[in-house]
Design a protein around this ligand. Sequence first.
Ligand code: SAM
Length: 260
Amino acid sequence: MIVRPKKNLGQHFLTDKNIAKDIVDHLKATNIDKVLEIGPGMGVLTNYLLENLEYETSVIEIDSESVYYLHKHFPQLGDRIIEGDFLRIDLSEKISDKPFALIGNLPYNISSQIFFKVLENKELIPEIVCMLQKEVAKRIASGPGSKVYGILSVFLQAWYNIEYLLDVPPHVFDPPPQVQSAVIRLTANGRTELGCNEKLFFKVVKQAFNQRRKMLRNSIKGFSPRIEELDAVLLTRRPEQLSVSEFIELTNNIERLMNT
Ligand code: SAM
C-alpha cells in the first residue's frame, strides 16, 4: 500500500533516502528529549528519526490515509502518531510543556502559517529543521538589504539564527512540485525579550513591509501625527534596509511618541 498524493494537502513525497537522512542528520537536538515531525506522510524522515535514541519522536499528520499507513509501518510509535492539524493543535497540552524540536518536509501551501504558529510558541521550540519552497527559505534566511527580506525574515530572525542548508530539486519528489525546494535550520538565538513592546513591533514591521517600496516616513505615519519628530535619515529609509535591532529601536521611538 502507498498513500495517494493529495494536492490540497501539499503532498509531495520525498523519494530520495539519502536526502531524507541528510535532513534528519541536520537536527542537533541539543538538550532536547523530544522531536515533533510535522506531516510525516509515509514516514521517509520518521524512519531516520526513530533510529536516534537520544530523543523521542512524535508525529502529527492531517491525512487519515497517511495515518493508517504510519500505524501499519511504524507500530512502535503507537499514540505518538497524532492525527490532526498542526495549525490547530495545542502544543503545550498535546505535545509537551518542555522544549522540543520540530522537523518536517512542510506542506508548502501553509509554510508561512506554520512559522507564525512557531512564533506563538517560540519558548517551546528552540530548533526547527525543515524543507520548504526555496523562495520562502531564501526569504526567511536573508538579511537587510536583500530584495526578498520581509516580514517573516524579521519576525523569525528576532528569535532565531537561520541557516540555509541545502537545495533540493523537484525530481526527488513524487509527484514533483512545480517549485525548487530547500532545507533550513532555525536555532533559538537566546533572546528572551525583544527590548520593546512586542505587539507594537509586530504592527510596525507589518505596516512598514505592507508598503515596502515607500520610505518609512510614509508607511508608518499612521502610528503618530508626530512621526516627523523621528530621525530624519531614518524616515527616508525603506523597511528592507532595517535590521531587527533597528526595527526594535524604531518601535521604541514610535511608542515614545505615542505616549508623550
Ligand atoms: N514527510 C513526507 C515526505 O517527506 O515525503 C511528506 C511531506 S509532504 C510535503 C507534507 C505532509 O504534510 C503531507 O503528508 C500532508 O498530508 C501533511 N500535512 C498537510 N497539512 C498538514 C497540517 N495542517 N497538519 C499536519 N500535517 C499536514
